[in-house]
Design a protein around this ligand. Sequence first.
Ligand code: SF4
Ligand code: SF4
Length: 216
Amino acid sequence: MLISEQKPLEEILNYLDGEKNIFLIGCKGCAEGFQSGGEKQVLEMSSTLEEQGKSVVGFSLIDMVCNETLTRMKLKAHKRETEAADSILVLTCGIGVQTVAEVVNKVVHPGCNTLSSGGAHAEWKEAERCLECGDCMLEFTGGICPIARCSKHLLNGPCGGSQDGKCEVNADIPCAWQLIIERLTELGQLDRLEKLVPPKNWNVSLIAGPPVRRLS
Ligand code: SF4
Ligand code: SF4
């Protein structure tokens, strides 16, 4: 079970600044278990956003958002609504946010912080996607996690060493920062990289400290 908690409302509203039409996604797996993004929380968030003058154009509750095939299939049924939305607010762990960013060509906001994997790493088959930093920064990186996917865990990248889109540390994996730049370019949001991300406070994570693991 991935342990997550909702981000403070103020932070979420900052993410949504300038956007009117929002589509919500919740997860009936871990996020429901930890009350960060189950049905109740999605409905509450929908009312809160409406009170704040937003229009919630639809929502979807998916059994396991970290399952790419399932999420792709479920969101197909909401194609019209997601296309009408300015952005998608995802109330799940970081892996769920990354899954949605992968399957929908739309701005995706993380609504939760992932505190711990609780010993398991969800349904993403190919690689580790979240290192449970406790203060999700996917908002600034187009829904691609540099902590989990960059070999140097760079918060402000790239390092400048990638060759042909591959990581200089491990040529078997793509350079995460190249993926981030490509994704932000596609979304017309490259200016997000102008914000410098400060060093992380790992005390907010439930894991022991900064990552020592690396993608292989
Ligand atoms: S930034 Fe990365 S490590 Fe931190 S919660 Fe988000 S997905 Fe997980
Ligand atoms: S090449 Fe890319 S993924 Fe590899 S360490 Fe540098 S920035 Fe990170």
